[in-house]
Design a protein around this ligand. Structure first.
Ligand code: NAP
Ligand code: GDP
Length: 324
């Protein structure tokens, strides 16, 4: 069931409200005093509506009649799930996105903030990548299904503006992690999968099996920081063109450095093995946060080691309910 807060003129429907990013926004709004008095927030999970289905999408919009939508719901997974299921990532996400955007349009929603990802940028590119480069060439082969579906959100946003003047926009986060992530070892993203692997290795007295060489580089953003930024985008950012939400280029770390931070947080002193028979995926996708910095020069990101420690602490304290 979607949870509802006080009634008021701004009614925000968050699709994917039960996931990593959705839970972070819920925390920002409900626990950090981020909710304005006149606002009502509704956080949906797939149990409220399967958004692949247009009838269920319309029904849930009819039920809550939102004025604003934060659209997070997506088929999401780490590198290795993408490589196995490009077709499912393409079709499910195309349907979910079209159902949500078109239903929002039909029901007169004022603003939609959808979620792209920095992994959808062209594979062959110059660095740093910025918001103008989304459609400049094919995405990396490993996740082309997801990437093409996500790119179409940007195309669709431009078309809604051109034909109807809607200000539907999108954010582009880099790699996200935090409480409520999917910690599944096979399907999860790198940080969450490695938190779980390291936890198990410590318990069993075995080495941690890191997939790939450890040299690819990533910009990690803590979900709570991202949640605060998405709430800002909803309220203050009025462009249709998307905006990258990321730490700076200088904060990029190698997978090896990230695993070492996990080991430190979990006090793991055993061995780490790097399985180079497994794909490295994209070696880097360094994104510029210059546009964000022009709007918010003083926003402070949680330091990576601190954010990883908080994520590990959450995982240990919530092992029973965590997605593993
Ligand atoms: P997540 O933790 O896996 O959550 C996915 C959310 O989508 C869940 O609330 C899930 O509901 C919902 N959902 C999935 N399929 C659905 C369907 N058919 N109908 C309705 N709801 C459905 O993912 P996340 O990391 O929070 O991702 C949120 C957004 O951020 C996505 O658009 C993703 O592409 C984007 N993003 C993520 C990352 C990252 O590193 N995680 C990076 C860049 C962008 P249930 O809980 O009921 O399954
Ligand atoms: P990406 O950033 O879109 O490529 O997705 P991921 O979050 O899945 O990160 C993939 C990167 O982390 C690749 O370089 C992998 O080789 C590396 N990696 C190392 N160990 C793991 C693991 O256990 N799971 C995942 N998903 N990636 C891992």
């Amino acid at each position: 069931m979607g949870s509802v807060n006080n009634a008021g003129p701004m009614r925000v429907l968050v699709t994917g409200g039960s996931g990593l990013v959705g839970k972070a926004i819920e925390h920002v709004v409900q626990e950090e005093g981020g909710k304005h008095e006149e606002e009502e927030w509704i956080f949906l999970s797939s149990k409220d509506a399967d958004l692949v289905d247009v009838g269920q999408t319309r029904a849930v919009f009819e039920k809550y009649r939102p004025t604003h939508v934060i659209h997070l719901a997506a088929k999401v997974g780490g590198l290795y799930l993408h490589m196995r299921e490009n077709l499912h990532f393409l079709r499910d996400n195309l349907k979910i996105n079209d159902n949500v955007l078109q239903t929002a349009h039909e029901m007169g929603v004022t603003k939609v903030v959808s979620c792209l990802s920095s992994c959808i940028f062209p594979d062959r590119t110059t660095y740093p990548i910025d918001e103008t480069m989304i459609h400049n060439g094919p995405p990396h082969d490993s996740n082309f299904g997801y990437s093409h579906a996500k790119r179409m959100i940007d195309v669709q946003n431009r078309a809604y503006f051109q034909q109807y003047g809607h200000r539907y926009t999108a954010v582009i986060p880099t790699n996200v992690f935090g409480p409520h992530d999917n910690f599944n070892i096979e399907n999860g993203h790198v940080l969450s999968a490695l938190v779980n692997k390291t936890y198990k290795a410590k318990k069993d007295g075995t080495p941690v099996n890191v997939w790939g060489s450890g040299s690819p580089r990533r910009q990690f953003i803590y979900s709570l920081d991202l949640g605060r930024l998405i709430v800002w985008v909803l309220r203050e950012y009025n462009e249709v063109d998307p905006i990258i939400l990321s730490v700076g280029e200088e904060e990029e770390v190698s997978i090896k450095e990230a695993v070492e931070m996990i080991a430190q947080s979990l006090d793991f002193k055993g061995k780490m093995l790097f399985d180079t028979t497994m794909s490295d995926g994209q070696m880097k996708k360094t994104a510029s946060n210059a546009k964000l910095r022009r709007y918010l020069p003083n926003f402070t990101f949680t330091p990576l080691q601190e954010a990883i420690k908080m994520t590990c602490d959450w995982f240990l304290a919530n092992y029973d309910i965590a997605r593993t």
